[in-house]
Ligand binder design. Structure first.
Ligand SMILES: NC(=O)c1ccc[n+]([C@@H]2O[C@H](COP(=O)([O-])OP(=O)(O)OC[C@H]3O[C@@H](n4cnc5c(N)ncnc54)[C@H](OP(=O)(O)O)[C@@H]3O)[C@@H](O)[C@H]2O)c1
Length: 334
C-alpha cells in the first residue's frame, strides 16, 4: 500500500502531507483514564506511531493540552531518530495545569504564544514545528495579535506553517490577512457536517486546507461503541451528549446504516466513514486517532477505497448526529 499525498494551503503556505494523518490525543488523554506516564499503553502507542510512519502516514497531530504535556512527550519519544520522516502538527491556547489537568481558560496573548512554542519544542525534542495551530480562539485577544505572534515564530524558524482550530469564517479571514494559513482543524465526519455551510467554502475561497478531527465520530462511527458501559471511568465520552440517552439510540441507527453499506462493499465501518471524508476533496486531510497498530493499518487502507456516486449519495443522506458535539459549546467557532 502506498499512501498518496495531499497538499493543504496555497503558495507560500502550501504543505504536503500524507493524505491521511494520525491523531495522537487518545494515546494520553480523553479516551481512557488520563495517565501520568503519558500514555494508557506507552508501548502500543509508540508502536502505532512508528507503524504509521512505516506505512507512509507522516502527518501526526498532537497538542500541548493533551495530557497535558504528556502526549507531546510521547510523540517526541516515538519519532526520535525519524524527524525527517514526520510532519508534526501541535497546538497551543487551552491552558491546563500539568499536575492536575484542571482547565485554566484560553490564552492567545502574544507572550503566551511565545512561551507555549518553546515548551512544545522542548517536549517534542525537535527544533521546529511543521504546523502550529491556535487550539481555540481567545475572545479577549484580537486574532490579529495572536496570529501576529505566531508569524513571529515563523520568522524565527521555530514554526513552518500556521493554522487555527475551531474558528469562525470571520476569524479565519482576519487571521489569514495577517499571515497565510495552511489549515483549519475542526470536527468533520459523516455525522458532523456543519463545516460545509460556511467554513469549507471560506477555506476554499482562501486556499486553506481542512484537517477534519474526530473523523470517526470519536470512535462511534466504527460500530464498536454501543454504550458507554465499556468506557473507562475517566473517558470524556461518558459525558458527551452524543453518547448518552436518547441521542445514543438515535445515533446507533446511523451507524447501522453505515454498517449495511460497509458489508456490501467488504470494508469495515471505520474504513467507510474515513473513505467518505477523504472523498470530500483533495484539500481535506483527516486525522483519525488510534493507539493500536492494527487500527492504523486498517485506517490507512481506507485511502485506497473508491466510493461510487451511489455510495456517496447514500452516505451523504444519513443525517446529522443527535446531540451537541460538546457538553459546553461555548469555546467552539470562535
Ligand atoms: N482541534 C481539536 O479541538 C481536536 C479535538 C478532538 C480531537 N482532535 C485531534 O483529532 C484526532 C482524531 O480525533 P479523535 O481521536 O477525537 O476521534 P476519531 O479519530 O473520530 O476516533 C478515535 C477513536 O476511534 C477508535 N478507533 C480508531 N480507529 C478505529 C478502527 N479502525 N476501529 C474501531 N475503532 C477505531 C479509537 O480507539 P483506539 O485508540 O482504541 O483504537 C478512538 O477511541 C485526535 O487524536 C486529536 O489529535 C482535535
Amino acid at each position: 500500500m502506498t499512501i498518496s499525498t495531499r497538499t493543504i494551503g496555497n503558495g507560500s503556505a502550501a504543505l504536503t502531507v500524507s493524505g491521511l494523518g494520525l491523531g495522537c490525543m487518545g494515546m494520553s488523554d480523553f479516551y481512557g483514564t488520563r495517565s501520568e506516564a503519558g500514555s494508557t499503553d506507552e508501548r502500543e502507542s509508540v508502536a502505532t506511531i512508528r507503524r504509521a510512519l512505516d506505512l507512509g502516514v507522516n502527518f501526526l497531530d498532537t497538542a500541548d493540552m493533551y495530557g497535558p504535556h504528556t502526549n507531546e512527550r510521547l510523540v517526541g519519544r516515538a519519532i526520535a531518530g525519524r524527524r525527517d520522516e514526520v510532519v508534526i502538527a501541535t497546538k497551543f491556547g487551552i491552558v491546563r495545569d500539568p499536575a492536575t489537568g484542571a482547565r485554566g481558560g484560553i490564552s492567545g496573548r502574544p507572550e503566551y504564544v511565545h512561551a507555549a512554542v518553546d515548551g512544545s519544542l522542548q517536549r517534542l525534542g525537535i527544533d521546529h514545528i511543521d504546523l502550529y495551530y491556535q487550539h481555540r480562539v481567545d475572545p479577549s485577544v484580537p486574532i490579529e495579535e495572536t496570529v501576529g505572534a505566531m508569524a513571529e515564530l515563523v520568522a524565527a524558524g521555530k514554526v513552518r506553517f500556521l493554522g487555527l482550530s475551531e474558528a469562525s469564517p470571520e476569524t479565519i479571514r482576519r487571521a489569514h490577512g495577517v499571515h497565510r494559513l495552511t489549515a483549519v482543524e475542526t470536527e468533520y465526519s459523516l455525522w458532523t457536517r456543519d463545516v460545509e455551510a460556511e467554513i469549507l467554502p471560506t477555506l476554499r475561497e482562501l486556499g486553506i486546507g481542512l484537517v477534519p478531527y474526530s473523523p470517526l465520530g470519536r470512535g462511534f462511527l466504527t460500530g464498536t461503541i454501543t454504550s458507554t458501559d465499556a468506557l473507562d471511568e475517566g473517558d470524556f465520552r461518558r459525558a458527551n451528549p452524543r453518547f448518552v440517552g436518547d441521542a445514543l439510540d438515535a445515533n446507533l441507527t446511523i451507524v447501522e446504516k453505515v454498517r449495511a453499506i460497509a458489508e456490501v462493499k467488504h470494508v469495515t465501518v471505520a474504513q467507510l466513514a474515513l473513505a467518505w471524508v477523504l472523498a470530500q476533496g483533495e484539500d481535506v486531510v483527516p486525522i483519525p486517532g488510534t493507539r493500536r497498530v492494527a487500527r492504523i493499518e486498517e485506517n490507512a487502507a481506507a485511502t485506497e477505497i473508491v466510493l461510487t456516486h451511489e455510495e456517496l449519495e447514500a452516505l451523504g443522506d444519513l443525517g446529522a448526529a443527535a446531540g451537541d458535539r460538546y457538553a459546553d459549546m461555548s469555546s467552539v467557532n470562535g
